[in-house]
Design a binder for this molecule. Structure first.
Ligand code: CA
Length: 235
């Protein structure tokens, strides 16, 4: 099957609506990542590349228009579809002025929505040049999550799907403790006490790749009884 599913980022704080949108987009064969705030969207964008962003305006933190401007300031290619509960013409103009490519007012018809998405993806695939991935660096390492490889002090290595998932989670939560349960769920899709050895072995592997001294880790630290913390600067 098609390995290269188009990846869509949905930024929507109404959970029921978000679930419906995700379900329908996945039925259409797209891969969807969902976040509930603009802040989360911006941090996802530093790690992942998306073919389309669907962005709600009324969000709990920074609003969709601001998110849109910030996205445009950092990544100019990705198409953005704004979803708004407000129908005023002024909002539409604000949306388009902040860099959105299209605008849909809630409540919307599902077919109309899917047609817009399809249209935006088709248009964008014509003119989007393949962007060169910027690596995520820490210490002597540079990690390329999209290309599944890394440059380390020991040379270039290939990364597995699970390693990439785990690194992405650590990078997103840089400086914060990530609980074992959260890691197991995000990387393996379940959390069971029986599987904690799998997780520990994984961390050992990451340390072997990326730590100057795997026995005395400075980037991937164990927080006893809780989980792990990744620190970009080392500690
Ligand atoms: Ca909202």
């Amino acid at each position: 099957m098609n390995q290269e599913k188009l990846h869509i980022l949905l930024v929507e704080d109404e959970i029921h609506l978000a679930r419906g949108i995700c379900f329908n987009l996945e039925q259409e064969g797209y891969r969807v990542s969902h976040v509930e705030t603009g802040e989360d969207a911006l941090s996802r964008l530093t790690l992942d590349r998306f073919s389309l962003i669907i962005l709600d305006v009324m969000l709990p933190g920074i609003d969709g228009f601001t998110v849109c401007s910030k996205i445009r300031a950092m990544e100019t290619r990705v198409p953005i579809l704004i979803l708004s509960a407000r129908a005023e013409e002024g909002d539409k103009i604000t949306g388009l002025a902040s860099g959105a490519d299209d605008y849909l007012t809630k409540p919307f018809n599902l077919n109309e929505f899917l047609l817009r998405v399809k249209g935006m993806l088709r248009r964008s695939s014509w003119y989007q040049p393949e962007p060169v991935e910027e690596g995520y660096t820490f210490g002597e390492n540079e990690i390329f999550l999209l290309s599944y490889n890394a440059r380390t002090a020991q040379g270039e290595i290939d990364l597995t799907e699970l390693e990439v998932k785990m690194l992405a989670l650590f990078f997103q939560n840089e400086g914060k403790i990530v609980q074992r349960k959260a890691l197991l769920e995000a990387v393996w899709g379940y959390s069971s006490e029986a599987e904690t050895r799998t997780l520990d072995n994984f961390i050992v592997r990451l340390r072997k790749y990326f730590e100057p001294d795997p026995a005395k880790p400075v980037y991937f630290r164990t927080i006893r009884g809780v989980g792990y913390r990744f620190n970009r600067k080392g500690s």
